[in-house]
Design a protein around this ligand. Structure first.
Ligand SMILES: *Cc1c(COP(=O)(O)O)cnc(C)c1O
Length: 308
């Protein structure tokens, strides 16, 4: 079903997106081979093991990322010309840049550049369905240039667990062996995959609602001007909040928000991430924004008092 929706020949169920990406990289590449990737990509920044010397042993080569997390074609061409690259990795939507979308035209140009050099492309499409909905393009068309891709059934698609790796028949046959090496073969997969079928059948089109809610949340927070927020970058279901210009840390605010009834994710010292999904409705957004804005004011007041 996943293969059909993505226009690939076959697909493989994995216990997590991280595992699906590992399987992809370790199927595409052997130890010591070079992978062209972004420094802010989830694959590099968060998953590490494929690039650790004692684990996957892959050698990262970095392209330059624009503000949305994407490389430009000429930089990629240059990097592909400089070194013996075995694989190029792209991410759509871009998690750490705030759920930004790589357009089909840009994606095609990047994939064409790689293919011209005989380099395959792996797409970390954890939230690719969000991108397809935002960009209003058929999923199959959006991922056409990717030789392989991973997407998550969890996250916005709301399944409790599971991710899928898609690619050619030959690739997936090899990937199945790598998954086994990683302990990812599950006799019980059918039970949990069922939830994924519900996601794919009935929860894709409603992602638009998550995007509307995230955009509303961004506007409600931006309206107060307490923290930096690029409203136009809130394209999908992620709201990225930059706290670098404030007097408090992400950790302090995260704790206060939690105490006041709003659970958010701290991604770094200066960056908080808020995401929307199926169980969050519009009135929750107004409540969340109110808790957020009041908490920031509370922190600022505390700092003013202690500064004397
Ligand atoms: C969440 C995510 C992953 C990993 O998925 P898990 O199921 O959490 O392991 C990989 N890449 C991106 C871009 C993600 O957002």
């Amino acid at each position: 079903m996943a293969a059909e929706m993505t226009g690939k020949e076959d697909a493989l169920y994995c216990g997590s997106g991280t595992m699906a990406n590992y399987v992809a990289l370790l199927t595409h590449c052997k130890r010591g081979e070079k992978v062209l990737v972004g420094t802010n990509s989830h694959l590099y920044k968060n998953e590490k093991a494929p690039f650790m010397k004692d684990w996957g042993g892959l050698d990262p080569v970095f392209f330059e990322e624009d503000k949305q997390g994407f490389p430009n074609v000429s930089n990629v061409e240059e990097e592909l010309g400089n070194a013996d690259i075995k694989l190029m990795c792209l991410e759509n939507t871009h998690n750490f840049m705030g759920g930004t979308c790589l357009s089909p035209q840009h994606m095609k140009a990047l994939c064409d550049a790689a293919h011209k050099k005989g380099v395959p492309v792996h797409l970390d499409g954890a939230r690719i369905f969000n991108a397809a909905v935002y960009l209003n393009v058929p999923l199959e068309k959006l991922v056409k240039g990717a030789d392989t891709l991973m997407f998550c059934l969890s996250k916005g698609l709301s399944a409790p667990v599971g991710s899928v790796l898609c690619g050619s028949n030959e690739f997936i046959a090899q990937a199945r062996q790598v998954r086994k090496l990683l302990g990812g073969t599950m006799r019980q997969a059918g039970v949990i995959a069922t939830a994924g079928i519900v996601s794919l059948n009935s929860l894709v089109t409603r992602l638009e609602e998550d995007h509307r809610n995230a955009s509303l949340l961004a506007k409600e927070i931006a309206r107060k001007g307490h923290v930096q927020i690029e409203v136009e970058k809130t394209q999908t279901n992620i709201v990225k909040l930059d706290l670098s210009q404030t007097k408090f840390s992400a950790k302090e605010l995260e704790q206060l928000l939690f105490d006041n009834g709003l659970k958010v994710k701290r991604v770094s010292d200066h960056y908080l991430r808020l995401t929307t999904y199926r169980e969050i409705q519009e009135d929750d957004i107004y409540r969340a924004a109110a808790i957020f804005n009041e908490s920031v004011e509370e922190l600022e007041e505390k700092i003013r008092v202690s500064d004397g």
